[in-house]
Write a protein that binds this ligand. Structure first.
Ligand code: ADP
Ligand code: MG
Length: 668
């Protein structure tokens, strides 16, 4: 619960300090390099591509309604006044003779380098159906488009930059999805159903449960991409041009890990999007399913227009959430990406109105300002050895003060003052938190000093000081909370003990393998009772340590049995069908471990096999795991947004028994 509220409050604060603590992962995320400063703006760049006349459309006798003027501008006939033309200027204009290489080299290739800086980039192909979006993005084997070219270059770049001996190790993954009728469908795993789009604490958009395939070569990419594209094509034949009704999104992630201190980690995302046709369906006369599809498409493209307008007008609310497409593009439009919109237009007169509206949309889009930033995190556990190396720089007393308690315990021959607390096992952040703030300040000063003297070694603590201090503060807060929880746990234990003291008889009667319920054991209910008791974690662990455990699952206490009561005057109570749960703690601990393993390693589909976990919750869990790292205990489920404490308890009760029983009945 604590983490949840902490994460939430951090989310609110993240605007100001640009930093978030990921408790599960035990690492600090420094979302915006140079926190405190606003990242420099980068306008959405807009290119227009005019396709040539193609077979089956009008020929040279039917003159085009659009004409290029130079490499940035074009004109189109004004339907209101035939004597005039409407003129538009963009970042680039590619005429009917332009090649795939022209578009790629001129507008797409330059933004790829940002991915290696840990920044996001996106390329969107916009325009009416038949204007050349898919040709531009995908192309053909003879004329490959933006997607194969970008992948080829990106993989080459990452191979070079990530080679042995270079400072960063790089890896690339791909995901491929389509948004069809406001459903997000995983093209690499079509059976997975509609996926949810979520936003992490730094405003990054992510889709929990979306398949991510690692790719190291272009052959790898083709191996995943081609069958996935066929998944789309199958739909196209069945649903009559479904491909032009859906938005296809290829997501390529570049992950970088620094090989030397300070061991930073960066992630850059590239979206390559072939949007659905922007034609006005009132004119195309769509009916039935086509009309429904068009409605959905028009909704998302209509919202896309509203988002662009809201951004241009600086409105306080930008309606990203009003459609799946805009939600997905949230960090590409007015967000953190270097974005390029390629508006595809056709020369034929029959396209005239759609061409004008595509050009108007493109003109509005070029006013949108993004603020790309470097997506960087620090893995704090790798700072521990750096911290130890400070001993050489400090006096012995200072070293002692700076040491974490667990180091004292291991390293000192003197009797230790206090054993390491259990909370220290919870997170590697503890090591930093146990450092005296004054000491940390000194280390930072030393770090700066070494940096200014041009030290040969890597900076000791290269994170900006302000961020580090904020991190320290957060860790302190976390410690306090852990202490509070420990106190609470002690109180509960004391309560259980007090009950045992008050009722020693019951304690004697208790078999060592029997679970001791939290409340009084005497059953005084009149109606039949089926009772399953889940022990607090600590009791289970204590009992699990006992070597004389036996396995019992359920024991029927029999009908019409007189129940034990500390109060002899209490009337005899019938407790028909009174089942009492008796499970060896060992078995329960196994059950817990199995749940924990599933939570940490299971796919969304695996998680759905658990009781009380539907597809939505399974995705929420996978999403939380992707954001915060593995769950350290099953109770952490409560931290998942959308899962309440009560739901977590009932989930535990429902599953721990099932898995414990499964443990007994068959091999695990
Ligand atoms: P969209 O995806 O916008 O519906 P397509 O990319 O499928 O449009 O293009 C429609 C047709 O026009 C296809 O047959 C395609 O090969 C052709 N085409 C599009 N752009 C060009 C171009 N620049 N040069 C040659 N043919 C093109
Ligand atoms: Mg298409």
């Amino acid at each position: 619960m604590y983490y949840k509220s902490q994460v939430r409050s951090k989310r609110r604060r993240s605007q100001a300090v640009h930093f978030i603590l990921s408790p599960g992962a035990g690492r600090c995320r420094l979302s915006k390099v140079g926190a405190g400063r606003r990242p420099p703006p980068a306008r959405v760049r807009v290119a227009v591509r005019l396709r040539p006349f193609v077979d089956g459309t009008a020929g040279p006798s039917d003159p085009p309604c659009v004409r290029g003027m130079d490499s940035c501008s074009l004109e189109i006939a004004n339907w209101r006044n035939h004597q005039e033309t409407l003129k538009y200027q963009f970042d680039a204009f590619y005429g009917e003779r332009s090649t795939q290489q022209d578009i790629y080299a001129g507008s797409v290739q330059p933004i790829l380098r940002h991915l290696l800086e840990g920044q996001n980039a996106s390329v969107l192909a916009y325009g009416p159906t038949g204007a050349g979006k898919t040709h531009t993005m995908l192309g053909s084997p003879e004329q490959p488009g933006v997607i194969p070219r970008a992948l080829m270059d990106l993989l080459q770049l990452t191979r070079e930059e990530g080679a042995e001996g270079r400072p960063w190790a790089l890896s690339v993954t791909m995901s491929y999805l389509e948004i069809y009728q406001e459903k997000v469908l995983d093209l690499l795993d079509p059976a997975s159903g509609d996926l949810v789009i979520r936003e992490d604490c730094r405003g990054n958009i992510l889709i929990p449960g979306l398949t991510q395939k690692p790719i190291t070569s272009f052959a790898d990419f083709e191996r995943h991409f081609l069958p996935a594209s066929r998944n789309r094509t199958v739909g196209a034949t069945r649903l009559n041009q479904r491909s032009s009704r859906s938005h296809a999104v290829l997501l390529v992630k570049v992950d970088q890990r620094e090989r030397l201190a300070p061991f930073r980690q960066r992630e850059g995302k590239l979206y390559l999007i072939d949007l659905a046709g922007s034609e006005d369906n009132r004119r195309t006369g769509n009916k039935g399913l086509r009309l429904k599809e068009s409605g959905a498409i028009n909704t998302s493209l209509f919202v896309l227009g509203k988002v662009v307008d809201a951004l241009n007008q600086g409105l306080p609310r930008v309606p990203y959430r009003d459609s799946k497409l805009t939600r997905l593009l949230q960090d590409s439009l007015g967000g953190s990406a270097h974005s390029i919109l390629i508006a595809n237009i056709a020369p034929e007169r029959c396209f005239y109105l759609d061409t004008v509206s595509a050009l108007n949309f493109a003109a509005r889009s070029k006013e949108v300002i993004n603020r790309p930033f470097t997506n960087e995190s620090l893995q704090l556990h790798v700072l521990a050895p750096v911290k130890l190396s400070q001993k050489e720089l400090l006096g012995p007393s200072e070293v002692k003060r700076a040491r974490a308690p667990e180091e004292e315990e291991i390293g000192s021959p003197e009797p230790t003052a206090a054993p390491a607390s259990a909370s220290q096992k919870l997170s590697p952040l503890q090591k930093l938190s146990s450092m005296d703030p004054a000491m940390l300040e000194r280390l930072l000063n030393l770090d700066r000093l070494l940096g200014s003297q041009g030290s040969q070694g890597a900076p000791l603590l290269s994170t900006p000081r302000r961020e580090r201090m904020v991190l320290m503060k957060t860790v302190e807060e976390k410690d306090l909370e852990i202490e509070r929880l420990k106190m609470k746990q002690k109180e509960l234990e004391a309560k259980v003990l007090a009950q045992e003291v008050a009722d020693p008889k019951e304690k004697e009667n208790c078999s060592p393998t029997m679970l001791r319920p939290l409340s009084h054991r005497t059953v005084t209910v009149a109606k039949p009772l089926k009772k399953a008791v889940v022990m607090p974690l600590q009791l289970i662990q204590e009992q699990a340590a006992s070597p004389n455990t036996e396995i019992h699952i359920l024991k029927n206490k029999g009908r019409k049995r007189k129940l034990e009561s500390p109060d002899a005057s209490e009337p005899e109570v019938r407790a028909e069908d009174c089942w009492e749960l008796q499970i060896s703690p060992e078995l329960l601990a196994h059950g817990r471990q199995k749940i924990l393993d599933l939570l940490n390693e299971g796919s969304a589909r695996d998680l759905r096999s658990l009781q009380r976990i539907g597809p939505k919750k399974a995705q929420l869990i996978v999403g939380w795991r992707e954001l915060h790292g593995p769950f350290s205990q099953v109770e952490d489920l409560e931290l998942v947004e959308g899962i309440t404490g009560k739901q977590m308890e009932s989930f535990l009760k429902a599953n721990i028994l099932g898995l414990a029983a499964g443990q007994r009945c068959g091999p695990s």
